[in-house]
Design a protein. Sequence first.
Length: 215
Amino acid sequence: MPLVVGFDLDLTLVDSRPGIAATYRALSAETGVYIDADAAVTRLGPPLDEEIARWFPEAHVPPMAERFRALYREYAVAASPALPGVRESLDAVRARSGRIIVITGKYAPNARLHLNHLDLVVDEVVGWAWAEAKTVALLDHSVDVYVGDHPADMRAAVAGGSVAVGVTTGDWAPEELAEAGADVVLADLRDFPGWLDSLPGRHAGSRLGTSADGR
């Protein structure tokens, strides 16, 4: 069985804040409804509908979320760079003959647009996965290690039996990721290849052979 490593997308592989903010501004201009785009990008992680519901009446949330996803292709993809260490991290998994799965709360076709634009090659993309749905995806794909920036990512990894690797490229402090169950917290993905290479054999992490602090 190959090593399977899962990654979150937003603020783990890709700094999508500039693109998401631009998309919210475009939606605001088109509809005439004020949206605080700068505040919205500090709340990335939960489903899009939760943020849309802050600005539009309940009945308008589904069509406005759909419109956001359509505008996203034009405004968000090119504006969102890869985060430091991403390519090296994917290469490190490949060096172990591992599989790479992106499991994200984002609409999967838009997630693939990011990956294609940045020439990041993965084996599979699972979209619209948040909280329990992310845990289900981790179990379904037998993910050994899951990397994310959000406490909810850490909780999902723990529930799914995956090693929880937190990165502080999002809006959460190391202690918040640790409290949510992270087995190891890294500053960013530049530290991931070394962490992975330090582990014996195919498996990694506390549930597969090391202590909770990643040693």
